[in-house]
Design a protein around this ligand. Structure first.
Ligand code: NAP
Length: 344
């Protein structure tokens, strides 16, 4: 069934995944469309953002945010339109950056939503380059990575919304940028379209040697998106005073236990000590929310001047969201993955 004006389709968390989510993790059901009460508006979801952090919300392991409860609608950022409104500053037809979750309709009292106006040029970009992922790239790189011209920056998930933006900002700030991505096509895109100096396929058997060759002056900034084998290959190449903004560890999100192998914890601590490395984790809006206006101004200028490129992969239909999310964690996306809920 496609989106309509008769029912609200919702994807609810049916079970907590052990390892990779499956088709049983989320269940599609229908409810009545709610009506806007006093000081409320009804929003119709146009676009739903798919983001790696959602895997964490499916689990009840302790984390920086509360898990989604079983039976609840899966959470998610959305771009939606106002269908009816009893709120002063929100008119029917206005576009909102909201948090409707994985469903067609949601009520809002106006708190925590951003009014994008009646005719935003690229509504879905509020979920990507001009929203949370773009801001994450900018803040993690500038505030923790502190790049200086001439330094070497390495970033993985290099064609995704965070990695692609990190690398392009790094180039604008004068760094040598080495991307890491899954496969030849993504690597070619990072070099030819995004202007990276090099991009390496982490699936190659000799990936660690390739990375060493591509970073002859060592690595000054490693923007950590993935962990796992990429991190293993990066660590010995870090220079003295290197900075490591720890943004995400997507290679581990489906892991059910720590990887086997020798315990290298003390080796890592020794490396951090001897090379005076700064490793800092961050949660974008907890740590840097106050900088959003500065980011938005700078990013808008870069986009207008054609200095930053943005690639979206839009998939039509709410019912496709579970499969699309499972694929995102495995690198099946090429660019920012967004569900066009209203189209399917
Ligand atoms: N700290 C924060 O506040 C914050 C905010 C937003 C995002 N994040 C994090 O930022 C990272 C990137 O987010 P995004 O939205 O831009 O994601 P994304 O790049 O659209 O998607 C994740 C990518 O990770 C790569 N990947 C998956 N498994 C991998 C593995 N085993 N080894 C290496 N790469 C692997 C895949 O790209 P390839 O096919 O190229 O390998 C996949 O496309 C994620 O870790 C996310 O959790 C953190």
């Amino acid at each position: 069934m496609t989106q309509n004006t008769l029912v609200n389709r919702r994807l609810v968390l049916a079970e907590r995944p052990q390892g990779e989510p499956t088709q049983e993790t989320l269940q599609l059901n229908e409810t009545a469309i709610p009506s806007a009460g006093d000081q409320q508006m009804l929003l119709r979801t146009e676009y739903l953002s798919l983001d790696p952090y959602m895997r964490g919300r499916m689990s009840d392991a302790p984390s920086y945010a509360e898990p989604v409860q079983l039976g609840e609608v899966m959470i998610g950022a959305t771009v939606a339109q106002v269908v009816s409104s009893n709120l002063k500053n929100f008119a029917v037809g206005d576009w909102m950056l909201s948090f409707n979750g994985w469903q067609d309709y949601a009520l809002s009292d106006g708190s925590g939503v951003t009014n994008l106006g009646s005719k935003p040029a690229h509504p879905s970009w509020a979920l990507g380059i001009l929203g949370m992922p773009g801001f994450t790239a900018w803040a993690g790189l500038t505030q923790i990575g502190k790049p200086k011209a001439g330094e070497t920056l390495v970033v993985a998930a290099a064609t995704g919304p965070v990695g692609a933006t990190v690398g392009q900002i790094g180039k604008l700030l004068g760094c040598r940028v080495v991307g890491v991505a899954g496969g030849e096509e993504k690597c070619r895109y990072a070099v030819e379209e995004l202007g990276f100096d090099a991009c390496l396929d982490h699936k190659a058997a000799d990936f660690a040697e390739q990375l060493a060759q591509a970073t002859p002056a060592g690595i000054d900034i490693y923007y950590e998106n993935v962990g796992g084998k990429v991190l293993d290959a990066v660590l010995p190449l870090l220079n003295a005073n290197a900075r490591v903004p720890v943004c995400g560890l997507v290679s581990q999100y489906n892991a059910t236990q720590l990887p086997e192998g020798p315990d290298r914890m003390n080796w890592l601590m020794g490396l951090i000590l001897c090379k005076k490395i700064t490793m800092q984790g961050f949660i974008i809006f907890d740590d840097f929310g106050h900088l959003y206006p500065e980011f938005a101004k700078e990013m808008t200028q870069w986009i207008e001047k054609g200095e930053i490129k943005y690639r979206e992969e839009i998939i039509s239909g709410l019912e496709k969201a579970p499969e699309a999310f499972i694929g995102l964690l495995k690198g099946e996306n090429f660019g920012k993955r967004v569900i066009h809920v209203a189209a399917g």
